[in-house]
Write a protein that binds this ligand. Structure first.
Ligand SMILES: Nc1nc2c(ncn2[C@@H]2O[C@H](COP(=O)(O)OP(=O)(O)O)[C@@H](O)[C@H]2O)c(=O)[nH]1
Ligand SMILES: [Mg+2]
Length: 361
């Protein structure tokens, strides 16, 4: 069985190297479902990852993330860049309307061979949502896509973790949902590198843009930053190589600080999308120059390694017949109250190390 799985992996790696779409789809399924050989595949692909820029797009349901993603895909294609997309939608785990809608609308762009879109439901993630979506991105990266987009609904910790593992995190807000305060309090503001106020064709968009700018200013201890920004550069840059003559940079050795821009878009009409893509590209370059990108990627690899350790330990426990047998055998006593889940768990863990070389008891 091991030999068969091994040759299957070698075949998949060769298929990916040959840029065969069928191999890509098979590799992603293998990883998504955690089938035999998926870790060997990911290990073999590891030296090939790191080239793609990873963009995380998050925000409340219905904010227009998928519509925006479609626009960003088109903008990248106009620039000659290939794009891989992972759409994670935990709000519709049973192939509900939203997920289906995403698929249908995105098919228009995915007829292009340089675009690959994968919708991923929560239930499909064998290794936890954040870990599995990251691993699917790794496959797309190794395949050679220039840009990766991970769309996720920004509601919980798992989704925040997905966003945090991107090179650039975009938070999409809309005027009508009153997210200005609500979403920003959830700690998501801290991980966003770029804010998009979508549905700018609706009333209240500019007010929300200003609210977010004020909040960002407050975070930095300057509530009126946006006032100056409107008379100067509005693209997120402060300081820089060519400071205005009347304000020479006092500490030219300090790397430029990135201030998240707050951009208006009408995703359905493609308005503002080029500015979003420009800002994403600028953020990536700035993060690379400042060392932030390397720091993030290192932290991401550390998180992944820890996740794999936990996943492996879990498998080690439950793949052993002994643990399961002890659980089944001891459950009656737990139910009757003569033992407890804690005592039984301790017995199960103790049973795992019995008879091993390291068992000193
Ligand atoms: N008026 C308006 N509607 C939009 C805009 N962007 C997206 N929508 C609509 O909002 C709805 C939700 O969009 P979708 O991209 O599926 O949102 P998601 O759940 O965040 O992925 C769809 O009906 C879109 O057509 C916009 O800029 N203006
Ligand atoms: Mg969507």
């Amino acid at each position: 069985v091991r030999a068969v799985a091994g040759s299957g992996v070698a075949e998949l790696v060769a298929g990916l190297e040959g840029r065969q779409t069928a191999a890509l789809a098979r590799a992603i399924s293998l990883v998504e479902n955690g089938r035999e050989g998926y870790q060997a595949l990911l290990a073999a692909l590891h030296p090939k990852i790191g080239r793609a820029h990873r963009l995380g797009v998050t925000g409340p349901p219905g904010a227009g993330k998928s519509t925006l993603t479609e626009g960003v895909i088109r903008a990248y294609r106009r620039r000659g860049l290939s794009v891989g997309v992972v759409a994670v939608d935990p709000t519709s785990p049973f192939s509900g309307g939203a997920l289906l809608g995403d698929r249908i609308r995105m098919e228009a762009v995915s007829l292009d061979a340089e675009v690959f879109i994968r919708s991923m439901a929560t239930r499909g993630a064998a290794g936890g949502l954040a870990t599995t979506s990251r691993e699917v991105c790794d496959v797309l990266d190794a395949y050679g896509f220039d840009r990766l987009i991970i769309e996720t609904v920004g509601v919980g910790q798992a989704e925040l973790a997905i966003t945090a593992s991107a090179d650039t995190a975009v938070l999409v807000l809309v005027p009508e949902s009153g997210d200005g305060v609500q979403v920003l309090k959830a700690g998501i503001m801290e991980v966003a590198d770029l804010f998009v106020v979508n549905k700018a064709d609706r009333p209240g968009a500019e007010r929300l843009q200003q609210e977010v700018e004020v909040m960002l200013g407050l975070r930095r201890g300057n509530a009126f930053r946006h006032v100056a920004a409107h008379h100067g550069r509005t693209d997120g840059w402060t300081g820089g190589a060519t400071p205005p003559a009347d304000h020479p940079s006092p500490r030219p050795t300090v790397p430029e600080a990135w201030e998240p821009p707050v951009l208006l878009t009408v995703a359905t009409e493609g308005r503002g999308i080029e500015d979003v893509v420009d800002a994403v590209e600028r953020h990536h370059a700035a993060a690379q120059a400042s060392g932030e990108l390397e720091r993030r990627r290192r932290a991401g690899l550390e998180r992944l390694t820890r996740d794999v350790v936990e996943r492996t330990l879990r498998q080690l426990v439950w793949d052993s017949d002994a643990a399961d047998a002890r659980l089944v055998a001891g459950l009656d006593r737990v139910v009757r109250g003569t033992s407890s889940p804690y005592q039984l768990a301790q017995d199960i863990v103790a049973g795992l190390t019995k008879g091993s070389d390291h068992d000193g008891a």
